[in-house]
Every structure is written in C-alpha cells, then in structure tokens.
Design a protein around this ligand. Structure first.
Ligand SMILES: *[C@@H]1O[C@H](CO)[C@@H](O)[C@H](O)[C@H]1NC(C)=O
Ligand SMILES: *[C@@H]1O[C@H](CO)[C@@H](O)[C@H](O)[C@H]1NC(C)=O
Ligand SMILES: *[C@@H]1O[C@H](CO)[C@@H](O)[C@H](O)[C@H]1NC(C)=O
Ligand SMILES: *[C@@H]1O[C@H](CO)[C@@H](O)[C@H](O)[C@H]1NC(C)=O
Length: 367
C-alpha cells in the first residue's frame, strides 16, 4: 500500500517536472524564434540598404528604356510643376496627390527655410502656393533646362488609379478637405450629366428657387415614386456638387476624349504629362508606395556632404494610408469594365512609363 502511494507521488512529481520543462522550453523556443526574426530583419535591411542606389539607377534606366518606345515630344520645362532650390541644388517635380506638400516643405528646408511649420502656416499654404522657387519664373527655357540637367532631380510616382481615387476623395466626395472643388467642378459635372438622372424633368425646374416648382411640374407628376425619389436625390447633388465616383470618371473620360490632357486639372492630370520623365533624366524616382523610407534615404544622400552638426532635413510620420489598395478596389467596383478601359487609355503613359500595372484594378461588373 505504502509503496503504491510512493509510486503515485513519484509519478505526479515526474509529471509536474515534465510539464514545467515543456513550458520553459516553449518559452525558450519562442524567444529564440524571435531573436531569429530580428536577426533576419536586420540582415534584410542592411542588404537592401547596400543595394538601394542600384534600385534608383534601375528605375531610371527602365523609364529611359520605356521612353524609347514613345514618340519624342518637345516639352516645356519652364512650368509651375518644377520647384527648385539654388542653395540645395535640387529640383523637384511636384505632383498633387503624390506627397507634394511633404516634399515641397522638405525642399524649402533644404534651402534654409527656418520658419516653424505650424498649423497656421499649413492652413495658409492650403490656399496659396508655397514659397518655393519655380522654373516657370525663370526668363528662358534654356535656364530651366540647365537647372534640370545640373541639379539633383526628384520625381515621386504613384499608381495612377490610386491617385485618381485619392483626388476624388479629397476634392469631390463628402470627405473633401474644402468645398471649393465641389462648388466648381462638382456642380459643373452634376449639371452636365443631369439629363441621365432627371427622367425628362428639366434642369430649370429642378433648380428653380421658387418653392413647390418641382411638385407642380407635369413631367415630375408623371413619374413613378422611385423616379421621383431619384430626381429629389439628384437635386441635392446639383446643390452640393457631391458627385459619385462613377460620375467623376465619366467626366474625366469625356474630357480626355475632347480635350488635351494638358488642360486637365493638376490633381488628375497624368503624372507623366507634368513631370515629363522622358525628357528629364531624374536622379531619383521615388515610389509613393514606399514614400517615407525612400524619401529619407534620398534626403540623407542629398545631405551627405553637409557639415555633420548642421540640422538634417527628414520626413517624419507614417507611410500615407492610401497604400491600402482595398479602398481603390472598392471604388473601382462601382465602374463598368468599359469605363475602366477608357481610364486605362487616359493614364496609359503613366502606367507604361512609370511601370504600374493597369490591371491591378478591374471593374467587377462586365458589360
Ligand atoms: C550648369 O552646368 C554648366 C556646365 O557645368 C554650367 O556652365 C552652367 O552655368 C550651369 N548652370 C546652372 C544654372 O547651374
Ligand atoms: C538622359 O541620359 C541619357 C543617357 O545618359 C542621354 O542619352 C540623354 O540625352 C539624357 N537626356 C537628357 C534630356 O538629358
Ligand atoms: C529626423 O530629424 C530629427 C531632427 O533633426 C531627428 O531627431 C530624427 O532622428 C531624424 N529621424 C530620422 C529617421 O532620420
Ligand atoms: C484584371 O483583369 C485582367 C485581364 O482580364 C486579369 O489579367 C487580372 O488578373 C485582373 N486583376 C485582378 C486583380 O483581378
């Protein structure tokens, strides 16, 4: 009896030991895995850091190569899109919706601008140009091309469709920063496409300031309830300019068919048309998709030969959230494949020259 009990106790003790050993080992194993992760991560970072310059060289080379397939265009460099600093010897192609404010500030600071960048200043810059030097202010195209050739030149690129969604959201949707674009472009789009939404009711009646005009109009009275609701909804859009993404895309597609892309608003004008990568040999082409890391890398090279104790310009904050492509995907699902196909043509040069995949975003509906 006694021996049996002793045996049981010994077995129990053994069990506890085994259990503790397993727990400890697991912890140890986990720790060593973590250590391995960290090690791997540092190795990866340092090896990419070594190859970083080659990445930029390869990017510039690929752009040059893709440009060979394009018709040679003569262009004007003396434009507002090019901002530069004589002091820093840097020229930047500034593309709205592609980290433009961040980089304009970096360029100002590289040139010695030492005013504190606070909210009041940012608000001011939302309405008026930032005080960068502009190639457009030079006297001759020759001077502009010398600066572009002699200085370190930088372009930041972004997936054309992600940029388009970003422009729509910031300028025309209900989450827009300021009502200016809805009041101008948005209302203009709403009026020009009204016929498709008003079921034969005239625009004059829908927009009439006289109360009750709509209800009294015979065309409106003849509509069924669903059509009436549609007209009332659209009357709101006519008033606030808050057009849908689909309407915005139709506007771009019509516009680009009729007009020169050069006349498009800079927020959705193709990047290649503003930054002219087939005419400018950019020293650094930065990808918006990895903007913070790449910008700081480039900024550190630019400042390499500065005295060690002089203030260093860098970009802080996280990577912009628009890297999330789920948002762009959601907007493109509202389109028809024919509409997306026309958009691909409008931005064909951006896709082809800057190296983005035109089929990353498809419409789900097919016609
Ligand atoms: C650009 O470089 C050329 C050749 O070195 C020089 O003659 C010219 O003055 C420079 N121009 C500018 C604007 O820096
Ligand atoms: C860009 O660089 C290439 C090769 O280095 C050269 O052939 C070309 O003329 C340059 N283009 C301009 C506009 O400077
Ligand atoms: C950016 O600059 C600030 C101020 O000079 C410095 O404290 C910070 O460490 C820098 N960050 C990076 C990532 O270089
Ligand atoms: C979009 O469509 C193209 C061509 O039909 C296809 O090759 C591509 O895989 C599609 N992309 C996605 C994300 O579904």
């Amino acid at each position: 009896m006694v021996q049996q009990r002793k045996c049981k106790v010994a077995f129990l003790v053994l069990c506890i030991f085994v259990l503790m050993f397993t727990i400890l080992m697991q912890d140890h194993l986990k720790k060593s895995f973590n250590k391995f992760d960290v090690l791997l991560a540092t190795q990866l970072t340092s090896s990419t850091a070594v190859d970083y310059r080659k990445i930029y060289q390869d990017r510039s080379d690929s752009i040059t190569e893709r440009c060979l397939k394009q018709k040679h265009k003569s262009v004007i460099l003396k434009s507002d899109r090019f901002k530069y600093s004589d002091k820093a010897k840097v020229v930047l192609c500034e593309t709205p919706k592609v980290a433009s404010t961040t980089w304009q500030i970096a360029l100002l600071k590289l040139g010695g601008f030492n005013q504190e960048i606070n909210d009041a200043l940012m608000k001011k810059w939302a309405y008026q140009p930032m005080p960068n030097q502009l190639l457009s202010h030079l006297k001759t195209e020759h001077e502009a091309s010398e600066i572009v050739r002699n200085y370190t030149s930088i372009m930041i690129t972004r997936d054309p469709f992600e940029r388009l969604v970003s422009a729509y959201r910031n300028k025309l949707s209900k989450v827009a920063d300021y009502p200016y674009y809805r009041d101008t472009v948005g209302k203009q789009i709403a009026r020009s496409q009204a016929a498709e939404y008003l079921h034969g009711v005239s625009l004059a009646v829908v927009q009439s300031p006289t109360p009750g005009s709509l209800d009294k109009s015979p065309q409106f009275q003849n509509l069924n309830e669903e059509q009436k609701r549609g007209v009332i909804e659209y009357a709101k859009i006519l008033k606030n300019g808050e057009v849908s993404f689909k309407q915005f895309v139709r506007f771009i597609n019509n516009y680009a068919k009729r007009m020169n892309v050069k006349d498009m608003d800079i927020h959705w004008r193709p990047q290649t048309d503003m930054c002219l990568p087939c005419n400018v040999n950019y020293t650094y082409v930065i990808r918006f998709e990895n903007m913070v890391a790449e910008s700081n890398q480039v900024l550190s090279w630019i400042q390499n030969d500065r005295p060690i104790d002089s203030p260093r310009v860098n970009i802080t904050g996280g990577q912009p959230p628009s890297v999330k492509n789920s948002r762009t995907k959601r907007y493109f699902e509202q389109l028809d494949e024919t509409e997306v196909e026309i958009l691909r043509k409008v931005y064909a040069d951006d896709f082809a020259i800057l190296g983005y995949d035109p089929y990353k975003y498809n419409a789900t509906k097919t016609v």
